[in-house]
Design a protein around this ligand. Structure first.
Ligand SMILES: *[C@@H]1O[C@H](CO)[C@@H](O)[C@H](O)[C@H]1NC(C)=O
Ligand SMILES: *[C@@H]1O[C@H](CO)[C@@H](O)[C@H](O)[C@H]1NC(C)=O
Ligand SMILES: *[C@@H]1O[C@H](CO)[C@@H](O)[C@H](O)[C@H]1NC(C)=O
Ligand SMILES: *[C@@H]1O[C@H](CO)[C@@H](O)[C@H](O)[C@H]1NC(C)=O
Length: 388
């Protein structure tokens, strides 16, 4: 802790204050500090709610239909925002089309990723040890999320009103039950589990004020750094950010997992990551998952879950089915997916796989017309990038 050493030289009192106040790098397991909270409020009845979806569209043909059904159609009357880097999968966003007016496609931003300068502050505050794309990957993820705040603010200025609530989650989330519709004002709600020493950062819901603080993941780094935090991972720096921003945090159960094509060592160490099958039951709270057949019995799966430190779903309600997450997806995954996701999602999967460039352009153009604001390349260019 370089920051502490400097402080020792300067003032022992300051050091003590720093340690008492912030305990940088503490890894209290399950130590979520629930603030005294107000009553639960319904965020759809008479409220203006924005839903911001971020990230790559890698498996959006698989996750999109579940996001539509369990997030967008559940949060009736919401305004949808998408912040997505442009790549060969971006065309898949058409699977989000639908909704018949129960929500509005408000603003889409499809951007070419730019290198983010790695400063002394970001190098010291963060560690990229477990990040698949090093420090740059973390910074890109933070920028992606902060983009929600920017997009929403721009839209608010244009419309002349502010949203009451903001729901942020990722485009690679696979949902199996509706998102809750009740949250506490002045509290930021994140999923239980997958904490890695901080807070789960795969979804967050809050009123306008707490969301603004929670979404500023990149611009808050200097503040977090000056509070003495060092070598934090994505989750622990998120916790630091909310603490420095003086935001109360609550955890809740959410029935989604992150559909990942990453390969994980198997069996995982106690601090590693388990991969769940999407066939499992109950809230997975953003754990990694795949369409796979479980490689363990349910009692063995439960044992493995309980052995993990700080990284998994403490929910008793979940019946987790653990898969071997090493290597690529196993043969037969489409059958597993179709059986779990249902006919409509299966049809969209096949449509997306077999789509010609001409079909893509017409399908995507129809979707683009539904957006109030669309920043990004033409639909023709997006379809040109398809791997065909
Ligand atoms: C949704 O919005 C419409 C029009 O803006 C309004 O009439 C309706 O009451 C809203 N529904 C809910 C559940 O808030
Ligand atoms: C969608 O936006 C239109 C105006 O752009 C508005 O009239 C309508 O009430 C909105 N619908 C919902 C569900 O918010
Ligand atoms: C939350 O509470 C504050 C303070 O009482 C109030 O100004 C704000 O409108 C509330 N927000 C929501 C979304 O209910
Ligand atoms: C997952 O990644 C591997 C290689 O990284 C690739 O061969 C495979 O096709 C991918 N699977 C899916 C479903 O995208």
């Amino acid at each position: 802790m370089l920051g502490r050493n400097i402080l020792v030289g300067v003032s022992l009192l300051l050091l003590l204050l720093l340690l008492l106040d912030h305990s940088p790098g503490d890894r209290d397991e399950g130590g979520i500090h629930f603030g005294e909270s107000g009553p639960l409020e319904n965020i759809i009845q008479g409220k203006r709610t924005a839903v911001c979806l971020v990230g790559e569209a890698r498996h959006l043909e698989l996750t999109g239909p579940s996001i539509r059904k369990y997030v967008l159609e559940t949060l009736k009357n919401s305004s949808v925002f998408i912040n997505m880097p442009l790549d060969s999968n971006s065309y898949k966003m058409f699977v989000l089309d639908g909704g018949g007016g129960s929500y509005n496609f408000t603003s889409a931003n499809i951007f070419s990723p730019q290198y983010i300068w790695e400063t002394k502050v970001s190098r010291e505050t963060l560690t990229a040890k477990k990040s698949p794309r090093a420090l740059q990957g973390l910074l890109q993820y933070f920028a992606l999320n902060e983009g929600c705040e920017t997009m929403i603010r721009q839209q608010e200025e244009l419309q002349g009103f502010k949203y009451d609530w903001i729901v942020r989650t990722r485009l690679d989330t696979f949902w199996t039950a509706p998102i809750p519709v009740e949250y506490r004002n002045s509290t930021y709600t994140v999923p239980r589990g997958t904490r890695y020493g901080g807070y789960n950062d795969r979804l967050g819901v809050g009123d306008r004020k707490t969301s603004r603080i929670a979404l500023q993941r990149l611009s808050a780094l200097p503040l977090i750094h000056s509070a003495g935090y060092r070598s934090e991972n994505s989750e622990s720096v998120y916790k630091a950010q909310l603490k420095v921003g003086n935001v109360k945090v609550a955890e809740d159960e959410f029935s989604f997992c992150v559909l990942s094509n990453r390969s994980f060592p198997y069996p995982p160490g106690r601090h590693g990551a388990l991969v769940a099958s999407i066939q499992g039951k109950g809230p997975l709270n953003g754990a990694y998952c795949r369409p796979c057949r479980p490689s363990e019995s349910s009692s063995r799966s439960r044992e493995m879950v309980e052995r993990m430190v700080d990284a998994w779903i403490p929910s008793e309600a979940a019946e987790v089915e653990v898969c071997d997450g090493s290597g690529g997806w196993k043969a037969g995954w489409p059958e597993v997916f179709d059986a779990v996701a249902g006919e409509e999602a299966a049809a969209l999967r096949k449509e997306s796989d077999g789509m010609s460039k001409a079909e893509c352009v017409s399908r995507l153009a129809r979707f683009k017309d539904r957006w109030s604001s669309w920043k990004g390349p033409s639909t023709t260019l997006i379809c040109e990038l398809m791997d065909r």
